[in-house]
Each structure stands twice: as C-alpha cells, then as structure tokens.
Design a protein around this ligand. Structure first.
Ligand SMILES: CC(C)(COP(=O)(O)OP(=O)(O)OC[C@H]1O[C@@H](n2cnc3c(N)ncnc32)[C@H](O)[C@@H]1OP(=O)(O)O)[C@@H](O)C(=O)NCCC(=O)NCCS
Length: 301
C-alpha cells in the first residue's frame, strides 16, 4: 500500500482537548471490545493527555490523531518522562486496520522522537496483539523488555500507620534533588534524569509523590497517579542501603490501604517481568498479574 492509497489524514495536537478527547476515548473503547481487553487503564492514560504538559517534556509529547471523513479512526500518543527515550501507545479502529494507518502513526511517532533528539522510541505492545507485534517488526523494532501490569485483588490488612518508624510526606518542588538521588540509586539512570521525571510529576493533575523518611533521613519514594477514581503506582524506590528491611512492603501496604479506604479502584502497578523480587512483594501486598506489555525499541537518528 502506498501513502496515496491510505484513507484519511493526520492531525497533531499538543494536548487532547475537548475537540478530540471524547472521540479518542470512544476509539479506545471500540478497540478494547474488539480485541478483548479491559479499556480502564488505557482510558486513564488517554484522559491524562487532556492535562497540561509540563515544560520539560513538551517536545517529547504529541497526540497523533488519524481522521477519515469526520471520524477518528486511529490514535498514537507519545509519552516522555524526561529520559533519553519516549514511549508510544497506538490504536487503530478494528474496521480500519490493514490500510497503512498504524504504520503512518508509528512513523510519525518515530519522527517525534527524532525531533526531540531522544536515543530511542519504545513501542508499547500488549502481548496478545498480533497486529501490534507484526507492525513493530515491520518498522524494525527490537525487543527491549516486558512489563506486567498487576492489579490489586486483595486489600492487605493493617491500620493507618506505616510502622517501622517510617513517616510519609507529600514531596514538593524543593524535593526534586533528593527524589532524583533516591530514584537513580534504586533504578538505572542518572540523578538528573530521575529528577526530571519527578519534576514532571510534581504539580501535575492527579499526581502525588510521597517521600518516606526514617529517623530524619529520606529513605524512599513512591509516586501515584489518580484519574477518575483509578490509581496507578509508579516510581516506587527504596535506597539500596535500606532495602531488605521491610520498608518497601510497609510503604506499599500503607499506600494501598489508604487508596482503597478512599474508594479508589482499580489500583495498578507495573513491574518488569524479570523482576521476581518486586513482583513477589506486590503479590504479597495483594496484587495479581493482569496484562503483559512488550516494549519494542526503534533506534532514532
Ligand atoms: C497494531 C495496530 C495499531 C496496527 O494498525 P493498522 O492500521 O492495522 O496497521 P497497518 O495497516 O499500518 O499495518 C502495517 C503493517 O504491519 C503489519 N501488520 C499489521 N497488522 C497485522 C496483522 N494483524 N497481521 C499481520 N501483519 C500485520 C503488516 O506488515 C502491515 O502491512 P501490510 O498490511 O501491507 O501487510 C492495530 O492492529 C491495533 O490497534 N492493535 C491493538 C493495539 C496495539 O497493539 N497497539 C500497539 C501498536 S505499537
């Protein structure tokens, strides 16, 4: 198929405003019922695109909307976290597949990565998606890693306290350096990159980062994004020298009880499929594996 045969055209926006948000949400619903997955988490991601984009990630962020006639039939969102890569999530209306629309959206998303001068573009493809994997192969993407989305099924018992002498407080912009230090000590990446990720979350609508202290020292962090009553937990880190002492378990149990007590559901957390230790901890706190996503990388430049 040549681009001349491809129906429709592309519209690029910086945030999903009222013109496109309902149509993109409806598209995600149609894909979910066709492909047999629960649209809940994806709707949360899409809805988050209607919020203002923090300046640090403006160049890494784009909403790519494919329109045929007056109908939205394809969508790709690029997600930047202030790192040397962007993530891309794409969907095409089941009735409009195999006409080159997905390919055009992915090519455009790779263009966003090139213009933002990141090293790679990661396509986020649900494990079950035959079309997604075929398209990723077609654009030369190589497997990077896989993550399991885990969903809270059993609320852990306990009170309102964190226990272990731990204290939690909501982080603010003056905490960016310490968050960067904790994040980079626990994950791969530089303190600057980890600070940039925290900076883009602090003050963003629905986002909260908790700093966890013990004996006056900041020992860990955890970040949550709440959207329309659903929460996802990310950026969960304990400094290496404080790992293995039950801090992570205490923090997660406390957070999950707190969110559940506020009536928030579902509560999800993602974990690299090779990270047995973290997955074991999450299972222990009542989470169960739901969907697996493969991250397939296209080098830019
Ligand atoms: C993945 C998805 C976006 C593809 O959209 P699309 O518009 O159908 O893709 P295209 O028509 O541009 O396909 C381009 C090429 O990818 C490959 N491909 C796409 N879907 C395929 C399928 N079901 N089986 C085999 N190959 C496929 C083919 O090589 C195709 O070229 P061809 O039609 O000339 O043979 C769509 O199937 C979808 O929404 N899936 C669910 C969500 C998902 O997996 N998203 C991840 C995308 S990164």
């Amino acid at each position: 198929m040549t681009s001349a045969d491809r129906p429709g055209h592309l519209v690029t926006t910086a945030t999903l405003d009222a013109r496109y948000l309902p149509d993109v949400m409806a598209l995600v619903e149609r894909c979910a019922s066709h492909d047999g997955f629960d649209a809940g988490a994806d709707e949360g991601f899409v809805r988050a695109r209607s919020y203002p984009v923090p300046p640090e990630i403006v160049r890494q962020t784009a909403d790519l909307i494919w329109i045929v006639g007056d109908k939205v039939v394809g969508y790709a969102g690029t997600y930047g976290f202030g790192r040397d890569e962007i993530e891309v999530v794409a969907v095409v209306d089941p009735e409009w597949r195999r006409r080159g629309i997905g390919q055009a959206l992915i090519n455009e998303a790779i263009g966003v990565g090139n213009r933002a001068e990141v090293g790679r573009v990661l396509l986020v493809v649900p494990r079950f998606s035959v079309g997604g994997h075929a398209l990723a192969e077609r654009v030369g993407a190589k497997r990077s890693h896989s993550e399991a989305a885990m969903v809270l099924r059993d609320v852990p018992l306990g009170g309102d306290d964190l226990g272990l002498g731990l204290v939690a407080r909501i982080a603010n912009i003056s905490d960016v350096a310490v968050l960067g230090e904790i994040g980079s000590s626990a994950f791969d990446g530089s303190p600057d990159e980890a600070s940039a990720i925290s900076r883009s979350s602090i003050g963003a609508i629905g986002r909260t980062i908790f700093l966890i202290a013990k004996g006056g020292e900041d020992v860990g962090m955890v970040s949550i994004a709440v959207d329309h009553g659903a929460a996802s937990i990310a950026g969960f880190a304990v400094r290496p020298e404080h790992q293995g002492k039950g801090i992570g378990r205490a923090v997660l149990r406390w957070l999950v009880r707190r969110l559940h007590g506020d009536g928030i559901a579902p509560i999800t957390i993602e974990v690299d499929v090779t990270n047995d230790r973290a997955a074991g901890l999450y299972r222990d706190c009542g989470f169960r594996e739901d969907r697996i996503y493969d991250y397939l990388a296209v080098a830019t430049g």
